[in-house]
Write a protein that binds this ligand. Structure first.
Ligand SMILES: Cc1ncc(COP(=O)(O)O)c(C=O)c1O
Length: 352
């Protein structure tokens, strides 16, 4: 079965073989050496000189940890899809005072609305989703980071779960304070390990955070990683596999990887336009790692997905309220344009 889900995505056999190696102890010199090597490689894909760590959990748990580590008085969550809505719900369920700029799914974020809110309310934390995989939408970071230049006290959290390692993103250049990635999307690793970038502003804020607890205390983690140590026993085999994959990414180069994702996206969009599907987000806001396509003439998409599965290809029939009405294709990770052409050939045959 070839996995073109929008995550978890296909994992290369070379990486799967790494997972089968003997498990090293997490207090050994070998493991400390592993952490040391992971740091420089993660900084490379994050585009940062900040502290980087990995947490062993879901990306949602890591994002929730970011909220409790950084919120002082009030959070603004900017949302135009399922994951933006999830972060607002997570903040509220934690009892953190939060406002949402909640737009319709697939509606681009208007920077003037964000500016209006920032001028009116003294938010200390702003959250946005870079790649909204529920709608296949790319939310440009730059207009929001520009606005935040006038608000040096605000901690900027970015959900880069569906973009880290596949879509252009530079933590330092974009003034991002907490960048939450994922192993199981563009990095093409198994799920369960979350790479995070933490700026000095985020770490300073976390020092006085009251609800952060122990296991997800960002300062404790950053200090530990700084010394090539960890807090608790992490997913050691996953980290061993991560090092091999990050080496493969460095060999490819991050810029070439971004371009490969764009090329796969272009093929998919071109196919959609020729085969009676419309990309869900407007042009200029389409995600290089995940496409969400809806049929021009409304019809159920589950039979298409099922027919494709019979042919050995996994894609998805939509997320949340779009389930059964769209198809979502993950053109990410280690897939190539040739692989996407193969998938789209079969898709043409089952979708007419
Ligand atoms: C953009 C985005 N954010 C967050 C998540 C949540 O990740 P997890 O399922 O690891 O909690 C996902 C998962 O699909 C996602 O695509």
């Amino acid at each position: 079965m070839k996995n073109f889900l929008p995550g978890p995505t296909e994992v290369n056999p070379e990486i799967l073989a790494e997972l089968a190696k003997p498990v090293m102890g997490h207090h050994t010199p070998e493991f400390r050496d592993l952490i040391s090597q992971l740091k420089s490689r993660l900084q490379y894909i994050f585009g940062t000189e900040n502290e980087v760590i990995t947490l062993t959990c879901t990306a949602s748990a890591a994002l929730e940890a970011a909220l409790v580590n950084t919120c002082k008085e009030k959070i603004l969550v900017v949302s135009n899809g399922a994951f933006g809505e999830r972060w607002l719900q997570a903040a509220r369920s934690r009892g953190l005072a939060s406002d949402g700029l909640v737009l319709g799914w697939g509606i681009p974020i208007p920077p003037y609305e964000v500016r209006r809110l920032l001028d009116r309310v003294p938010y200390d934390t702003v959250v946005m989703v870079h790649g909204e995989s529920s709608t296949g939408m790319l939310n440009p970071i730059e207009p929001i980071s520009e606005l935040l230049k006038a608000h040096p006290e605000i901690v900027f959290i970015v959900d880069a779960v569906a973009t880290l390692g596949g879509v252009e993103l530079q933590m330092d250049k974009s003034r991002i304070d907490v960048l939450v990635g994922a192993s199981h999307k563009c990095l093409a690793l198994p799920p369960g390990v979350v790479p995070l970038g933490l700026s000095p502003r985020a770490l300073k804020r976390s020092k006085s955070a009251k609800q952060k607890g122990y296991s997800f205390d960002f300062n404790l983690w950053a200090e530990s990683w700084h010394e090539n140590k960890v807090v608790g026993t992490p997913a050691v085999p996953q980290l061993q596999a991560m090092l091999t994959q990050l080496d493969r990414i460095q060999d490819e180069s991050i810029q070439v990887r971004w371009k490969r994702h764009k090329n796969m996206q272009e093929l998919t969009i071109h196919w959609a336009e020729k085969n009676g599907f419309i990309p869900f987000p407007p042009e200029d806001y389409r995600l290089p790692s995940v496409s969400c396509l809806r049929p021009e003439v409304s019809r159920a998409t589950s039979p298409i997905v099922a027919a494709l599965t019979e042919r050995g290809f996994l894609i998805d029939s939509g997320y949340g309220k779009l389930k059964g009405r769209t198809i979502r294709i993950g053109h990410m990770g280690d897939w190539t344009t040739e692989d996407i052409k193969g998938l789209l050939d079969h898709l043409s045959q089952v979708s007419t």
